[in-house]
Design a protein around this ligand. Structure first.
Ligand code: FAD
Length: 220
């Protein structure tokens, strides 16, 4: 076992509950890859905005996309600083002391500058996004028209100044509360998956493809 990975900068060094911090890339990537949605924070006209959107990762970059008309994308394509987060809510912790109830979670926070993905890399990036949702989805679907293509922008941010925080512990109750007869414990929470519902407008006789039939959302 080597030394634990250190924060890249003082900005990503956890102060509050610093022992919950992780800085190794495998942990950070696993939290990012297990998520489908992120929040991207940026400043527009002096005001902060935090926009939920979908993300994916290729190597050392996280990506998000949207309409060319989106204010978020038009602002970010100029290369402004952004803050990217991914959060998984893993459970609720009931404590013995009223002030010690808590949540279990995995989260990542990354700082960097947004970059517009150039046209020649956009296809590869979007294919990686859809195939992350369900392998084979990009090749199965009708390819984008020229108009659809132009209406879509992809932004990326290099993962460098990044931290993870993982809280998977029980209540941090005091010794005297631990000795009490009050109950304490955790309720694990997961994102669930329901029965697949074919589009009611589906023409008769179209079989469900494997990417849909075999789709499983599991906690990773
Ligand atoms: C689902 C969820 C629920 C939470 N509920 C609460 C709550 O109710 N109250 C509360 O005070 N806090 C809560 N937190 C923790 C919260 O995210 C912050 O870590 C905490 O508030 C400390 O903030 P700070 O600015 O003082 O962090 P500092 O420790 O000063 O942050 C310094 C640096 O540490 C890193 N960092 C801080 N927090 C995180 C994080 N969550 N994930 C990854 N990197 C991080 C960042 O790089 C940041 O720049 C929750 C977190 C999650 C994911």
């Amino acid at each position: 076992m080597g030394e634990p990975a250190l924060p890249f900068s003082d900005r990503t060094r956890l102060r509050r509950y610093h022992w919950l911090g992780k800085y190794d890339r495998d942990t950070i990537n696993s939290i990012i890859d297990a998520g489908i949605i992120c929040q991207v924070g940026y400043v527009f006209n002096g005001e902060p905005y935090v926009t939920p959107t979908s993300h994916w990762r290729i190597d050392d970059y996280v990506y998000w996309h949207g309409s060319s008309a989106s204010r978020m994308l038009k602002t970010q394509q100029t290369g402004i600083p952004v803050c990217f987060t991914v959060t998984h809510l893993d459970g609720i912790v009931f404590a013995r002391a009223a002030m010690n109830h808590n949540v279990q979670f995995r989260s990542v926070m990354a700082f960097g500058n947004a970059e517009l993905v150039e046209e020649d890399k956009k296809r590869e990036a979007l294919a990686a996004f859809t195939d992350k949702l369900a392998p084979g989805l990009w090749d199965y679907a009708r390819p984008p028209s020229e108009q659809e293509w132009l209406a879509t922008k992809v932004i990326r941010m290099r993962l460098e100044d990044v931290s993870a925080k993982i809280n998977d512990v029980f209540a941090g109750d005091e010794e005297e509360d631990l000795a009490s007869d009050l109950w304490s414990g955790a309720v694990p929470l997961y994102v669930g998956q329901g029965e697949i519902i074919p589009d009611p407008r589906l023409a008769p006789g179209i079989e469900m493809p494997d990417f849909a039939r075999l789709f499983r959302y599991t906690r990773k």
